[in-house]
Design a protein around this ligand. Structure first.
Ligand SMILES: Nc1nc2c(ncn2[C@@H]2O[C@H](COP(=O)(O)OP(=O)(O)OP(=O)(O)O)[C@@H](O)[C@H]2O)c(=O)[nH]1
Ligand SMILES: [Mg+2]
Length: 180
């Protein structure tokens, strides 16, 4: 069933559109990121309650994220992961409390079979606010998780449009280079 839904999600892909999955903690700024990329065309689908999928397009990329209530994790992975070309993972620099759990979430996602070898952009968002979790700390902790991959880390303030274009440009180039 998850595989069928994944096909439905990918069916909307235009030819040559490459899916970028935006993952990360609740309220990190994933939806805001999509709107900053293409405010006129963010689609929302709810293929299975309570998973709320959002997507937009940017050049030849289809950017997909989801917000969910607690739901079967393997099912969510089967829905989201297939046919992904690159991953953007968002941390909220104001949230110390969930930092360890978010790191575990990153590790679990990227070690799934469909995610192996994909480029990963780590975004440390909300740098306009008081930074409780520094970019250096995020970096130190993600280095062992991302070993062997093409990856980058950036500080952003998505709501203020700081770092958004740089982020999409980096992942776009990383995906193109990964395909060569
Ligand atoms: N100050 C500040 N607020 C931000 C920034 N990015 C997003 N926000 C705010 O953070 C809140 C959550 O943003 P969303 O984009 O809804 O976060 P999300 O990751 O989609 O959250 P879920 O869908 O619940 O997983 C909103 O009120 C945004 O306006 C930022 O860079 N700085
Ligand atoms: Mg959201």
């Amino acid at each position: 069933m998850g595989a069928i839904l994944a096909k439905i999600l990918n069916y909307h892909n235009q030819e040559n559109q490459k899916k970028i999955l935006v993952l990360g903690e609740d309220s990190a700024g994933k939806t805001t990121f999509l709107y900053k990329l293409n405010s006129r065309d963010v689609k929302t689908e709810m293929p299975i309650f309570p998973i709320n999928l959002e997507s937009t397009t940017y050049n030849n990329l289809k950017i997909v994220c989801c917000d969910t209530l607690p739901f079967d994790r393997d099912y969510k992975f089967r829905l989201l992961h297939p046919e992904t070309y690159g991953i953007i993972f968002m941390f909220d620099v104001t949230d110390e409390q969930r930092f360890d759990d978010v790191l575990k979430e990153l590790k679990t996602h990227i070690n799934q079979p469909d995610m192996l070898g994909l480029p990963v952009l780590i975004i440390c968002n909300k740098i306009d606010l008081k930074i409780v979790v520094s970019i250096e700390r995020v970096k130190e902790n993600v280095i062992p998780i991302l070993e062997g991959r093409v990856w980058e880390i950036m500080g952003t303030s998505v709501v203020n449009d700081v770092g958004v274009k740089e982020s999409i440009s980096w992942i776009s180039n990383a995906v193109e280079n990964n395909l060569r």
